[in-house]
Every structure is written in structure tokens, then in C-alpha cells.
Design a protein around this ligand. Sequence first.
Ligand SMILES: Cc1cc2nc3c(=O)[nH]c(=O)nc-3n(C[C@H](O)[C@H](O)[C@H](O)COP(=O)(O)OP(=O)(O)OC[C@H]3O[C@@H](n4cnc5c(N)ncnc54)[C@H](O)[C@@H]3O)c2cc1C
Ligand code: SF4
Ligand code: SF4
Length: 939
Amino acid sequence: MPLEYKMLPLQYDFFKVKLSGIIPNSRVFTDPLRTLAYGTDASFYRLVPKIVIKAINENEVRDILACASIENLPVTFRAAGTSLSGQAISDSILVICSFGWRDIEVLNDAKHIKLQPGVIGASANAALRFHGKKIGPDPASINSAQIGGIVANNASGMCCGIDQNSYKTLKDMRVIFKDGTILDTSDEYSVKDFLESKSEMVKALEVMIKKVKDDETLYNKIKKKYAIKNTTGYSLNALIDFENIIDVISHLMIGSEGTLGFVSSVTYHTVEEPKVKASSLILFEDIYEACNFVSELKHNSSLVNAAELMDRASLRSVENKDGIDPRYKLLDEKVASVLVECGATNKDELESKMQSVVSISKVHKVVEEPIFYDKASDYAKLWAIRKGTFPSVGAMRQSGTTVIIEDVAFHIEDLATGVVELQELFKKYSYAEALIFGHALEGNIHFVFTQDFSSDDEIKRYELFMDDVCNLVAGKYNGSLKAEHGTGRNMAPFVEMEWGSDAYALIKEIKNIFDPTNMLNPGVIVNDDPKAHIKDLKTMTAFNPIADKCIECGFCEPVCPSKDFTLTPRQRIVVQREIQRLKDSNDSRYKKLESLYKFDGEKTCAVDGLCATACPVDINTGTLTKDIRAKSGNAFSKKLASTISKRFGETVFLARQGFKFLNFIEFFMGPVGMRIIGDVIPRFPYWYDYMPRVAKYKKTQESQNFDKNVVYFSSCVNRAFGASKKAKDKRDINQVVESLLKKAKYNVIYPKDDKSLCCGVPFESKGFKKEADEQLDILLAQLFEASNNGEFPVLCDSSPCTYRIREGLKKMDIKVLEPIEFSLTYLVPQLKIKQSNESIVLHTTCSSKKMKLDEKFENLAKILSTDVTIPININCCGFAGDRGFNHPELNKSALTGLKEQIKPDVSRGFSTSKTCEIGLSHHGERDYSSILYLLDECS
Ligand SMILES: Cc1cc2nc3c(=O)[nH]c(=O)nc-3n(C[C@H](O)[C@H](O)[C@H](O)COP(=O)(O)OP(=O)(O)OC[C@H]3O[C@@H](n4cnc5c(N)ncnc54)[C@H](O)[C@@H]3O)c2cc1C
Ligand code: SF4
Ligand code: SF4
């Protein structure tokens, strides 16, 4: 029985009934937690859908549209929900088309790529990288934004300009219209059917096209508006750019924000990656000079791929970050910078481009002679400055405020004066913290400021400011109010102002031709309410300093193992914010949310913290979960944790005995039988196919007389769990380590009380911080002693434990390494290695990723094997320490798609964490073990 705040309106009940039997209930959500969480996007608007549906194929989308049509209910489509203008939200039916829509087909020698709408932009590029190609659109959100949203927003970024966006690089598209009609532009039969069945739509569009082509003023207006980036209104350029009506329709879909139909696949022309690149951050005496420099570059546009403007406030916002030139702090208040990138097919061409840029810059009052960097590691630092500007405002803002990013474009000749006048508006409305940066080469600039929406006065200030901005950009300079983020609800009231009544009439007519009943994403692009942009504003209630800086951008979602199962990090934070808001206003509905959050938010968070690696404001939602667990633990569990902590050695011993007994039963029942027992007995661990044997943890050290020493700490998990019964090598890991160290001529030193030591991870992950820290302190003291006060290196055989130990090491000088780094530093150089021909698959654990060891792991694996597979989009495995034994669904969801990516000839996988290996073996259907086993075999 779903827990609903209140009954659904009757039509929604009818809709649900119609849909039952078509879409399983497990993908239809009406409860207050999921509707709120899934309904949130990155904009500062909040609408909570009545129903959320995760649709996984075209038939389902068509059925949803048909049922909604009968009940006359609005439908909004959703990809990654990173939109900023309020176009991916709904208070009616939200259809998420992400899971199940992730197919990628690289076609015709990578000249083309066919993508489903749930493919993340960066995944498409990963599939093309090997061919030296990429997709054209390059929004800054490309690591999370999905193709459906990239196409429907006509998103673009630093390099793609107006020539490589979705509009310009579209080859083919498959669309589902409101009445279920499908048009596949790559299929002549589909086109023929469409032209016959939708002859009225075609006719209406042809009349409109003729009208525009006959009206010189309107025609020229459209031409001029698309000389710069523009995503305000529909892509009216489609009416004048194409002769073929099918091309007109497919290009009208670009940037239509889900208001004209559903894009079920897209085929792009791919674009070339430059073979060599170099970047320079050029400083100018003031922003006017910087803009004029960019204008001149524009007239020599083949010289640079990108020219990113950053005002003084932007530079100031990142001046304290690691790797930023300390001289930036001393720059004059008026200084502005332009970050340029040159790209070429060879070094000579690159050199000549760089020289030309330097010559042009010198005409424009540069602060110092520009320096170009052509080494990836060097120019990445410059781009980190640019990418850090927006998040830095988010991170510095006051709790409870929203960070707003606006997105306008001037014609290049107006850029300098337009930007200066914008800065005056910041002063007029007291947005002292506002900063300006952006893709100046296209006249496109973003300005970022913080806004409080909790009082009427503040909302008024925003409203008046935006009125002035629109008058300046669209009224005075005929620029674009939305250059790349889409119109949404935010600019819908200003579309007519920007376009004029003649063109606005076209926009309304287009909507009417495709969606006469206004069923698809109403309120977006076309909206008669002049105040729509200041309605349904989000509140950002402060609830916990760990996550109060969250800007709800959604960048953390792709890496989260629970994303397709329960909640993502962003959604966890959104729900916590709402619980706090309800509590603050004495609204008892928070209790329902809290009870639902227990499983969806708390229990199914793997606390791996991988989300922090993708978060622009460094939020670790795992830390938030641990905090929530700590606060919610009852007296009994606290007492139990304290007892276990004090008697950890005995606890591990008992656990091993218990596990030995279970191994014994499995001998008769098999894994399936064990799972049946688990279905009957509560708290019985989920039994995986590759469940390990109990480890003997026998130390076979012979007397060793080598010159060098290594301290070896075997984690409690490795002391308890040995190899699986299906493993090729059945030794315990400590025997493998001993063998390796002996071959590399190191004496092995075990810490004194090794059998009772623990780094504290099992306690910390459950919120028992005190016990976790006590365990860590004991361990560190013993490692310090065993390593002769830090003289000898320490090998820990598990990455998650090493990560935690290293966190504690801030207090102490000991060198603790996990298997990857230890192997590369201390073993590989000492061993004679024979590379194996065996094909293998790798899994890099979250902890290794957080320690930035991905590349090193790949290098190590390639030393050992000639054929290494690293599956894409498999991030955290979701086993989460021991949680995988109680919540196997999380592990299953996180590893969806793993097996399919492993080649048939691969029989073994390698990683660096025992519990992760249990789940990986089960879902990958091959035995996974520590990479140390392979190293021992090859040496
Ligand atoms: C920090 C930050 C930086 C950003 N930087 C940029 C940038 O540099 N450039 C840029 O252009 N944008 C940027 N954006 C905005 C946004 O990320 C992009 O526009 C992105 O392309 C949206 O993709 P999405 O998958 O999140 O789509 P969503 O937000 O889920 O949806 C976007 C629109 O597409 C519609 N839609 C989704 N799927 C379909 C479908 N299959 N068929 C039809 N309609 C569909 C939705 O209804 C909605 O109207 C940024 C956002 C953030 C938070
Ligand atoms: S946690 Fe970070 S990445 Fe995730 S939504 Fe919040 S700010 Fe964005
Ligand atoms: S800690 Fe892991 S499971 Fe939890 S929110 Fe972050 S990425 Fe998701």
C-alpha cells in the first residue's frame, strides 16, 4: 500500500488503473518520498509530480501517452534532470526515460553514432574516444546529462559553438508524437507512413514555412537570431534551413524541451577530436579589453576552439584552491581573463595558431605576455580554474540560499558594452557576489549569483533584476535570453519580448500543430503567465552542514550504486531538506517521509562516498548517511557496537566459526538451497554463488634474512574470508602475500595483535564513529610500532581499509599502501614478471578511485595480462562492506550490465576488496579475486 499524503485526484486514479497490467507497479510511484525525490531537477523551481513512471521502452511511452490523453493529463519527460530553467519538472505525470535507454551504436567507422535518450553524454564520447571522435554537443554537465535532455535542450558548451550542437550535427532521429505516431527519419517506410498519416500536420507546417519565407523581415530576424547561440523558444531556424519537411520536423524537435514529442533515439554526425592542443590563460587590464580581444578572435575563428571569459570575481572565487597561481590574488580589481584553447592536426599548425593568438592579444592591453601550455597535465590546471568558478559560488553561499546561473548571449560586436552594463545591474541590485564567465567566443556568458527565495522582498529584487536583464539583453542588444540552457519556465514569460509578436505567433502555432491540447510539458516555452518565472520556487532549507551547500545539480547521480534501485545522493539530500522544512513548520507529514527514508535513503546507501568525487561542492552523501545512522541508532545497538569493539578478536573468531558452519550446510544444500533458507529465516545472509570458504589465516613465515622489511596488515575481512570454492587458486590471501614478499626479498612483519585488529570501517559505516575511531587508533599504534616508527612500508591487503587508515594517518607518519600502489612500488620492480595471455576483467573499488588509483590499476593489470577489460559505467559495486549480505538488491542493481560487458573468454576478474569480489563474482558470473593472486602467478 503506497503511503500517500493524500488521495490522488480521480483522473490520476483512472490513469493508474488503465496503466496497470501495462507497466509493473514496481516502476510506478505515487508515494510522497519518491515523487518528491524523482521530481527534483537542477533548477530553482519545485513541482511535485502526482505520478512518476520509469518507462523502459517505446511501447510503454506510447501507452502512457495514450492513457494520459484519454484523461487529459499533462506528461513531462525526464532524462538526467540537470536542467536549470525548470523544464524537467511536473506536478502531473513525470516519465523518466533513463534506465533501459542506454544503447550505443558506433556506425560507419565512427562517422556516426546512434544513441538512446538515457545514454550519458560522456559515455557516448567514451565509445568514440578510441576512434579519435566525439559527439558535437559539449555541455559542462556532460558527465551526467543524457542524450534525451542534450537533444531536447539543444545543449552546448565551451567548444561546440553554433556549429557542433545537436541541431547542426543531427543525422537521424526517431520520435514518438503525442498520439503515438512514430517517425524514424532513417527509415523510408516510416517516413512514407508518417507523411500519409500526419498529412494535416505536414500541411500546416508547409503553410507556416511559406509564410516565413515570404516575409523578408521575419526571415532575416530568424537568420540574425541564430548567428549566435539561442535556445529561447523553438528552433525557428528549422523553418528556413531545410527544404525537406522531415528535416524541418526533426530539427524542430531539437531544443523543444519535451513539449512537442518524445525522442527515442538520435543519430549524430560525430566530430573530430584535435590531435594536439594547447591552452593559455590570458590576463587583460579590464573586461572591456578582454571582450574586444575575443571579438577579434571570432573574426579569425579557426584560430581557437574555445575562448572562455572570466571576470575578476571569477578569478577571485578560485584563488585559494590548490594549484592556482598565487599571483592571481595580487591582480588589480579590474583585471579580466580569457582562457583560450588552440587545437590542430599537427604541432606546426598548433604553433602557428598560438603565435597568432599571442599577436592579437598584444593589441588589447594584456597584463603580461601570454604563455601556452601543451601538456595535458598543465593545461588541465587552467581548465580547473574555469570549471571551479560556478561551484565555488555554490560552496561559498549562505545556507538557505539558491545559486542561480543565467545564460545570455550578445552579438559579438555588443559583447564588451553588454557585459559592462550587466556589471552595472549587479551593482544596482546589490548582487555583490555575482560573477561573469562564459563562452565568450559565441557571445555567450553566464552570470552566477546567490538568491534567497524565502521572503517577498527578495523575490521582488530578483524579479526587478531579471526584468532589467531581459530589457538589456533582448530589448537593447537583440541578444538571446537563453543561449544554451533552454527556455523552461524561467524564460517562458520573456519569449515574446525577445522574439517579437510575429515570431512568437509562430512559436505558439508550432506548439498547437504538434500538441493542440497542451498535454506535453505545459508551462514550458509557451506560458501565458507573465509571473511564471517567480512561481513554484524551491526553498533550500538548511538541515545539516555536511550537505547544506548542495545545489541539486545531479552531477553525483551517475556514480551512485543505488541510482536505479532507490535514491541518488541528490535525492537523499532533497528528501532530508524537505523533512527539515516540514519539521520547521510543525507539519507532521515529515514522519511519513522519515519512515520511507529509512530504507530508500539510509539502509540502501553504500556509504562508499563515490558521490563526493563527482560533486562540484565536495559533498559526501555517504558521510551524511553515517551521520543519520549515528543519530538514529538505538541504545541496544550502541551497546552491542561497544561490546564488539572491545572484544573484536573474539568476535572475528566467532564469526569465522559461524561461517564455517554455514559453509558446511552449503556443502549439502548448494547456493540456491542456502538462498531458500534465507527466504525463510530472517537476517540470514543472502547466499552468493561464489561465497568464500573460511580463511585459515595461517602464517607460514619461515625465518627470513632479507635486508628489507614490510609490515603486512591483513584486514579482518581477509582474515575471515578465503578464496571461493570456484577459485582457480584456493590459497588465502595472506599466503599469496607471503609468497610475493619472499620472491621480492622482503621480511614479513605482522603487527603484534594482528588477529584482533580492525581499521574501524565496519563500525564507521554503521554510524558508530566512537568505536570506529578507537579501533583505528589501536591499529595505528600497532602499525607504528611494527614499522619501526614509520621506517618500513605497510601493506594492507584491502583498499577500503587502506583508505580509512590513510585518513587516520594525518596524525602519524607511516607509509601505508594498498595492493595496487604497493605492487607497483615495491613488488613489480623486484620481480621477474611473465605477462599472461589470459583475458581478464578489472574492477576498481570506490576507495581506489578516491585514492586516484584507476590509471595505476589499469597499468598494473596491463603488465600482468595482454587483454584487460574495464567495463564502462560500473562504478561502485554496491556491496557496501557487509550490507550486500542483507540488501543484495543494491549489489544487483549496481552491477546491472556487468556480465554483458565481459567477453566470453574471460574466466577471472581482479579487484582489491574481498566483499566487493563476492558480489562481482556472482553478477559477473566469473571468479573475482585480489590482483595480488595474478601478480604472484606471473612472477
Ligand atoms: C552545473 C550545471 C552546468 C550546466 N552546464 C551546461 C552547459 O554548459 N551547457 C548547457 O547547454 N547546459 C548546461 N546545463 C544544463 C543541463 O545540464 C543541460 O541542458 C543538459 O543537456 C540537460 O540534460 P538532462 O539529461 O539533464 O535533461 P533533463 O533535465 O532531464 O531534461 C531536459 C529537457 O529535455 C526533455 N526531455 C528529456 N528527455 C527527453 C526525450 N527523450 N524526449 C523529449 N524530451 C526529453 C525534458 O522534458 C526537459 O524539458 C548545466 C546544468 C548544470 C546543473
Ligand atoms: S551532492 Fe553535489 S553533485 Fe550531488 S546534487 Fe548536490 S551539489 Fe550536485
Ligand atoms: S555514498 Fe554511495 S550509495 Fe551513498 S549516496 Fe554516495 S554514491 Fe550513493
